[in-house]
Ligand binder design. Sequence first.
Ligand code: UFG
Length: 341
Amino acid sequence: MNNRRVLVTGGAGYIGSHTVVELIGAGYEVVIVDNFSNSDASSLEGIAKITGVTPTFIEADCCDKAALREVFERYDFSSVIHFAAYKAVGESVAMPTKYYHNNLLSFINVVELMKEYHRPNIVFSSSATVYGDAEELPVTERTPRKPATSPYGNTKQMAEDMLRDIVTVDDELYGIALRYFNPIGAHPSALIGELPRGIPNNLVPYITQTAAGVRECLSIFGDDYPTPDGSCLRDYIDIVDLARAHVVAIERMVAGKCEEHYEIFNIGTGSPVSVFELVKGFEAANNLTLNYKVAARRPGDVTAVWADTTRANEVLGWRAERKLDDTLRAAWAWECHVRNR
Ligand code: UFG
């Protein structure tokens, strides 16, 4: 079995493309499966420009088990990183069936084929959303999960549970769930980054589009939270640091270093940053002024959530390294690249 080849589902997407770059940089061969449902071929061109390698790409939907089976038949790999999933919280509330169908069926197909073809390792893209309005801060991996407040969040919890149940009774399979905090930024080359469709839901793409004049004004959702400056606190993790966490997780698995068949790691910086701090940090890092106003709270937002990263630091041997101002410069460079191409 080829320990140096990794199947990356959703590898053309935001987190997927950055992870592919880091995998190639670490000497892995990558097979990408993506149906471009929330991405396009430009990310594949970006990967090729950055790395000098054109990864194998198969356009397929992971819900199509026959198409996915062909990939398992054709390519030998020991590990899978499963990113392919829908991720818009609001859309998931409006269209729950779409989310349950896509996110859970694709996951089940991947895991069933791994079992059938004896491919032992899977890294699953989970989210800090599983902690909800957390009982303790910072959150550790042992902090109880809260009932999901959206179908999107529920698919993350359900897939985590399925993964745990499947790998703990299987001698061959190992699963690592990475719970991402708030991924932001772009590759320093500005050749790959986030490509939100329509009006961005997330803070940093909204900021960069406002700075570019695509959006008129950023709304800061609430300045009356019980936090030092009244805005929400989050743990913003640089996308390249986050991508590197996947490489470290794969290294752990292929080296046979997992202590349990199912392991969970928080992937964040460990430092809370407020919305105001992020906006001011963006202005200072890029020497520009942003048009923003304070607006009402956004329904469903939690006041504060940030990671205790001790386990990722000590057990996984990974830590966030990039400085926030560099990350915010990269986010702006990427937006400028998108506008100019
Ligand atoms: N915010 C604004 N204005 C905006 C957008 C966001 O003030 O235009 C604020 C939000 O209120 C929040 C912070 O910026 O306080 C971060 O918001 P994001 O939407 O960027 O990120 P969230 O923390 O809400 O989202 C994260 C993940 C999602 C996950 C969600 C679950 O990015 O994948 O947590 O709550 F589903």
